[in-house]
Design a protein around this ligand. Structure first.
Ligand SMILES: Cc1ncc(COP(=O)(O)O)c(C=O)c1O
Length: 349
């Protein structure tokens, strides 16, 4: 009998990415743990999905999701060859790592941030150097440059802090850096500013966007990069041939075309975000001002882990990270007014 095949040492020793809990459909929980948009996607998305027929599914999809690229390019005022579509922005991040970072090359990022980055780096045998955020969650430009990294990733707005770095500061870093600066804008639709303009000026800046948050389509799996055509062309060589499926491409086009609908949900989330932050503040929580659809808040009197468990017992899921600097905090996704009220009512005091 053959033995179990040996996996690469780097994989057997690697800590996996731990996604937030996903209860089974139909389970009655208030789900404020994985930063989904609490509102449904545009009705046009469902119409697009219903329009799919057997012919769409019999054939392979467009390898580069060309129709999506054309639509997204028009929305963002860039050329279609500056867009790379992917199976969620997680796939875009993975393609970027595989394209730009070989074994031993350094990926640097400010910490804490999205905990997928080290996992992706490990699979490509990259060296990871993390740099603490400066006071006030400011971008540590000098320290990042001092790492000698080949690529710098950072989430803007950041997760799990919810904080935003001004585009002028990002530009400072990009101007002084020779490698790839990937700005992960997963939450940007809820923010006051974005870094899109930098891709026109600077060839080393890549913007990464997703449909999972701003367009209420986390279940669809669609994201994209915006960057100089030469970078997109190289990344296209690395991606799977048909990385976006035919249904997702149609749905993503419908979603991005309906800007008016999406913007209504962004406004509603932002309004609820300030209400939730204000109510938490009144109850003694220290809330980091957020530019996203979640808040990171310090539990008054400690006990964040116990409170996380108690909320879960009551059917309210939030996120607790048992990590230095985060263990006394909960990350709470902004829900609908009713969901936020239920959370507030369940808090002690
Ligand atoms: C900072 C950040 N980037 C990317 C992603 C992944 O998004 P997607 O669902 O498009 O893979 C997330 C998901 O939570 C995130 O927090």
């Amino acid at each position: 009998m053959p033995r179990l095949p040996q996996v690469r040492t780097i994989v057997s020793q690697m800590a996996p990415y731990v996604p937030g809990e996903q209860p089974a459909p139909g389970e009655r929980v208030i789900k404020l743990n994985t930063n989904e948009n609490p509102f449904p996607p545009s009705p046009r998305v469902l119409e697009a999905i219903h329009s799919v027929d057997g012919e769409h599914l019999r054939r392979y999809p467009s390898p580069q999701a060309d129709a999506f690229r054309a639509t997204a390019a028009a929305v963002h005022g860039v050329s279609a060859d500056m867009i790379l579509a992917g199976n969620g922005s997680d796939e875009i991040l993975a393609i970027a790592v595989r394209t730009f970072l070989g074994p031993g090359d350094t990926l640097a990022y400010p910490d804490p941030t999205y905990s997928l980055y080290p996992v992706l780096a490990a699979t490509c045998e990259n060296r990871v150097v993390t740099v603490p955020w400066e006071t006030g969650w400011e971008l540590p430009v000098a320290a990042l440059l001092a790492t000698g990294a080949r690529a710098i990733f950072f989430a803007n707005p950041n997760a799990p802090t919810g904080t935003l770095v001004r585009p002028s500061r990002v530009r400072e870093l990009a101007l002084a850096f020779d490698g790839l600066l990937l700005v992960d804008e997963a939450y940007v639709d809820f923010a006051d500013e974005n870094c899109l303009a930098l891709v026109h000026e600077l060839p080393n800046v890549m913007i990464c966007r997703t449909f999972s948050k701003g367009y209420s389509l986390a279940g669809l799996r669609f994201g994209y990069a915006i960057a100089a055509p030469a970078l997109v062309a190289e990344m296209s060589k690395v991606k799977d041939s048909y990385n976006c499926d035919a249904i997702a491409i149609l749905a993503a086009i419908a979603a991005i075309e309906d800007q008016a609908y999406a913007r209504t949900t962004w406004r509603a989330v932002r309004a609820e975000r300030s209400r939730l932050a204000g109510e938490l503040g009144k109850r003694g929580w220290e809330v980091i001002p957020s530019q996203t659809n979640f808040v990171l808040a310090t539990c008054p009197g400690g006990g964040a882990a116990a409170l996380y468990r108690e909320l879960k017992r009551q059917g309210i899921l939030v996120r607790h990270f048992d990590k230095p600097g985060l263990a006394d905090k909960l990350r709470i996704t902004v829900g609908t007014a009713e969901q936020n009220d239920a959370l507030l009512a369940a808090l002690p005091g």
